[in-house]
Design a protein around this ligand. Structure first.
Ligand code: FAD
Length: 405
């Protein structure tokens, strides 16, 4: 019996295992994960889980009967190396052979230099992180959040809801730097203020000590706890000497079929980048939908690999990236990909409760950001997917649905 082994039991790994069965993989499926907990979903960790009481019912475990699907799940086992010539994984509990391998090790949060090991400093990636943070919120102390990205904003939302004093420190001049243009994120400052969180932009953290954060301008912010949300990097350190190609961003370099540079080895989710035909560039996507959709392609190609007509059956992965965030009482959604040259069109005004922004390229919708307008997102996402021409005047009118010209 052929053995398909998946490393990483997060969304991408779990979905790959399920898709292998759905798409008729006849061999064994083994899912190996380093975390001790049964597989769970990550987005609730910066939302409901932080506010919950912490009993078992609140843990967002995936509702999947692995046994019934013939999927062997091994938890608390870390994979430490890969020998592609021998088709062998090294793990902290001995070697594991494979015939097909899927890398789905996700990402690791970036630590703030100099803050490692300082008591009271937290990251937020795993269920254990969220569990440690729950009593910190319940204590209603002063919390300094480093980074006004997606995680920082969601954490600040939960902490304010619990009644903590919250200061968010962001080195860039505005929230969500890198993700969205200034025109769009500038209005989001008001969200922090409204929620009673102080947002300090354009100032870096110089050092973190027990009970305080010292800023580059010399200010000292007292902090009962510090939560660092300054980004994540692919969890691929263990692949360094394996011969599997890694990009400068640390991601496994996958092709359009999510195959890696090594034979019989695939990669999917937060740990892998792939070439986007749609956008003419390589994408490294750190969002949930990518970990949900990518595994379909992996399973399709893995199942047909080696078939006589395998070449014809190959499936390419070319998604319209999608993500959402829940922050400061708002539902924020984004679909597509925009570049500096795209034309930005507002639907509504950012001081209103609900508004959207569209990016147009050559008369077509390239991306849409919707705040409290899920219908714009759903309709816009379809238009981006189909690449149909749109009428700019209609796009700018929030009272009419987003539709083709
Ligand atoms: P992961 O979920 O990181 O899973 C990888 C697993 O592999 C981990 O369990 C890890 O322990 C394991 N692993 C790593 N290395 C090894 C090894 N060497 N051996 C064995 N196992 C290993 N996205 C959105 O679109 N919307 C949201 O609102 C949203 N909220 C989020 C909130 C939080 C707090 C976080 C952390 C992420 C959020 N995301 C959100 C992003 C989304 O959760 C990720 O994109 C998604 O989890 C990626 O899935 P993955 O399976 O690729 O990686």
């Amino acid at each position: 019996q052929q053995r398909a082994v998946i490393v990483g039991a997060g969304m991408a790994g779990v979905q790959t295992a399920v898709q292998l069965r759905e798409q008729g993989w006849p061999g064994a499926v083994r899912l190996i994960g380093a975390e001790p907990h049964p597989p769970y979903d990550r987005p609730p960790l910066s939302k409901a889980v932080l506010l919950g009481k912490g009993d078992e019912t609140e843990i967002p475990h995936f509702d999947i009967d692995f046994g019934a699907l013939g999927i062997e799940v091994e938890l608390g086992r870390a994979v430490t190396g890969l020998r592609t010539d021998d088709r062998l994984l090294e793990t902290d509990a001995g070697p594991v052979r494979y015939d097909r391998l899927v890398l789905a090790t996700g990402a690791e949060p970036v630590a703030l230099p100099g803050s490692e090991g300082v008591p009271g400093v937290h990251l937020l990636r795993t269920l254990d992180d969220a569990t440690r943070l729950r009593p910190v919120l319940a204590a209603r102390g002063r919390i300094v959040v480093v980074g006004a990205g997606w995680i920082g904003a969601e954490f600040a939302t939960a902490a304010r809801e619990r009644g903590c004093g919250v200061t968010v420190v962001e080195a860039a001049p505005r929230p969500l730097p890198g993700a969205l243009p200034a025109e769009v994120t500038e209005p989001m400052r008001a969200w922090y203020e409204e929620a009673g969180a102080e947002l300090r932009t354009g100032v870096a953290v110089a050092s973190v000590e027990r009970g305080a954060v010292v800023l580059s301008d010399g200010q000292r912010l007292p902090a009962d706890a510090v939560v660092v949300g300054i980004g994540a990097r692919p969890a691929t350190g263990w692949l360094k000497d394996s011969g599997v190609e890694l990009g400068p961003d640390g991601a496994v370099v996958a092709d359009e079929g999510l195959r890696t540079s090594a034979p019989y080895v695939y990669a999917v989710g937060d740990c892998a980048s792939f070439p986007s035909h749609r956008y003419g560039r390589r994408l490294l996507v750190h969002h949930w939908d990518n970990a949900l959709q990518g595994p379909r392609t992996v399973a399709a190609n893995l199942v047909t690999e080696g078939h006589a007509d395998g070449e014809a059956e190959r499936v390419a992965y070319d998604p319209v990236p999608y993500f959402w965030s829940e922050q400061f009482g708002r539902f924020v959604q984004f679909a597509g990909h925009h570049d500096a040259g795209d034309e930005l069109v507002w639907r509504g005004t950012p001081d209103g409760a609900a508004w959207s922004v569209c990016w147009l390229r050559e008369g077509r919708l390239a991306a849409v950001l919707a705040v409290g307008r899920p219908r714009d997102l759903a309709q816009g996402r379809k238009l981006v997917q189909q690449g149909t021409p749109v009428d700019k005047a209609l796009v700018a009118d929030p009272s009419v649905a987003l539709k083709k010209a």
